[in-house]
Design a protein around this ligand. Structure first.
Ligand code: GDP
Ligand code: IMO
Ligand code: MG
Length: 458
């Protein structure tokens, strides 16, 4: 039995779902813990593409129980569309459970998200966040402000639900009016709730005893993070962040499972960096190489279709991510996208543009971050070779192996999984988190790590 966390270790879209999909075979349960339908998680299997927003990526396996955990926020319209879509493709929803503690994104949350963004856009000197427009921030604001509606409220008697809606709208109406957002009547919101309750009731339940029983039975749990460390509301590039804890701590609060139960935390990182939305990005590339990464990597947002900004791998950000998550290893994705580049850069430090001061610490201050330029190590590419299609570690070009070794040395943790394409079988696993006691690997001298036998399939 092993419990494994998979989280984004950059700005999201690192390929978490692909890694979760590979690892899920060995797990009994796959659990989403935070975020909502701002997430876009792509799995490619046998040429078919699946885009998940709220349903855990483990649903593609028949025998996994998939949980949408208490820390998530759920837009029931999006969830029901996703459920219909996946069912129409022949997958069963019988093993889907939605926590009765998860909060609901109501229609006015989406309207408020757009209203906030347009208020920022129209005022000189203000900057928009570039949210996904899915109502995520306003839903979490109401959760923390004790004005939220939970999935469990849909199971209450009509009288109890109606009374809760009256309470919420009494406090909410003046705020909505101030932003010129339509205030629903209690009757209209009640009808909206009834419609969703009828469809979702069979799936809503208390996930705490379920997950406790799973642990008592010795089942293996796989936690599917959403967004990424630098989008975390506490540790990200605030205010250009999402509104949940996308770091490993958020997995515990969002699932209701304490940190003592966790055995391994895998941070997913691309072999370069991307970001969608606004905010600082020290290694961003706007010219030819950035174009290469964007085009070859097909860097378009899974949820909004927006073009993702691209740049070199950032080792300062990467090490910070190891620190704030306690990562035990890295899943390095999209190495194939670097095929064809004659040189590859890695940021190893930041230099203040005005003072020349060099630091290897990721700054909390946005202004400091905006004032730095990266200090790069330049490594040779592997022109004339391709990593795409390689399934054996030993067949990787020596330059690719050297790049991975440099990343491991920079981060101080091993690369346990290497991804060289979007398909499930384009994955090389050096250390399988479900088969090893890898907690002890953290801080180990990665350069002297034994090269374990490769596991390319179970
Ligand atoms: P997530 O949000 O972290 O799950 O990532 P997304 O699904 O939003 O974006 C990652 C994209 O990269 C998806 O289109 C994946 O199919 C794709 N992908 C994942 N791993 C690889 C890889 O190793 N190589 C290539 N070329 N594509 C990959
Ligand atoms: P996955 O799980 C990449 C970004 C948005 C915006 C900021 C705030 O697919 O990696 P929000 O709608 O959350 O209030 O937007 O966060 N963002 C993501 N970027 N991947 C995601 O999820 C994201 N979820 C939110 O672009 O910059
Ligand atoms: Mg994504």
């Amino acid at each position: 039995m092993s419990n494994v966390i998979v989280i984004g270790a950059q700005w999201g879209d690192e390929g978490k779902a692909k890694i979760v999909d590979w690892l899920a075979e060995a797990a009994h349960w796959v659990i989403r813990c935070q975020g909502g339908c701002n997430a876009g998680h792509t799995v490619k299997h046998h040429g078919e593409t699946f885009k998940f927003h709220l349903i855990p990526s483990g649903l593609l396996y028949e025998n996994k129980t998939c949980i949408i955990g208490s820390g998530t926020v759920i837009d029931p319209d999006v969830l029901r569309r996703e459920m219909t879509d996946i069912e129409s493709r022949g997958y069963s929803l019988q093993r889907l459970v939605i926590s009765n503690r998860a909060h609901l994104t109501l229609p006015y949350h989406k309207a408020m998200d757009l209203a906030y963004e347009s208020k920022l856009a129209e005022k000189a000197g203000c900057k928009t966040i570039g949210t996904t427009g899915r109502g995520i921030g306003p839903t979490y604001m109401d959760k923390v402000g004790r004005l939220g509606l939970r999935t469990g409220d849909l199971l209450e008697s009509d009288a109890v639900l109606r009374a809760r809606l009256e309470e919420i709208l009494t406090l909410k109406a003046p705020l909505l009016e101030a932003f010129e957002v339509d205030v629903p009547t209690v009757d209209a919101l009640f009808a909206w709730c009834q419609d969703h309750a009828a469809a979702l009731k069979p799936y809503i339940g208390d996930t705490v005893p379920l997950l406790d029983a799973a642990q008592q039975a010795g089942d293996s749990l796989l936690f599917e993070g959403a967004q990424g460390t630098l989008l975390d509301v506490d540790y990200g590039t605030y205010p250009f962040v999402t509104s949940s804890n996308a770091t490993a701590g958020g997995i515990c609060t969002g699932s209701g499972i304490g940190p003592t139960a966790m055995h391994h935390t895998v941070g997913v990182m691309k072999a370069y960096t991307t970001r969608v939305g606004e905010g600082p990005f020290p290694t961003e590339l706007t010219e030819a190489v950035g174009q290469h990464l964007q085009t070859i990597g097909q860097e378009f947002g899974t949820t909004t279709g927006r073009t993702r900004r691209c740049g070199w791998f950032d080792g300062v950000l990467g090490r910070y991510s190891v620190q704030v998550n306690g990562l035990t290893s890295i899943a390095l994705t999209k190495l194939d996208v670097l095929d064809g580049l004659d040189e590859i850069k890695l940021a190893v430090a930041y230099k203040n543009k005005a003072t020349g001061e060099v630091t290897t610490q990721f700054p909390a201050s946005l202004h400091q971050l905006q004032d730095v330029e990266p200090v790069y190590d330049t490594l040779p590419g592997w022109v004339g070779h391709k990593v795409e299609g390689i399934t054996e570690w030993q067949q990787l070009p020596p330059q690719a192996q050297a790049l991975i070794a440099r990343i491991e040395a920079l981060l101080g943790v091993p690369v346990s999984i290497l991804s060289v394409g979007p398909e499930r079988d384009q994955t090389m696993v050096r250390i399988d988190p479900f088969q090893s006691n890898t907690a002890s690997l953290k801080g180990s001298a990665v350069n002297s790590l034994p090269q374990p036998a490769l596991v390319t399939s179970r």
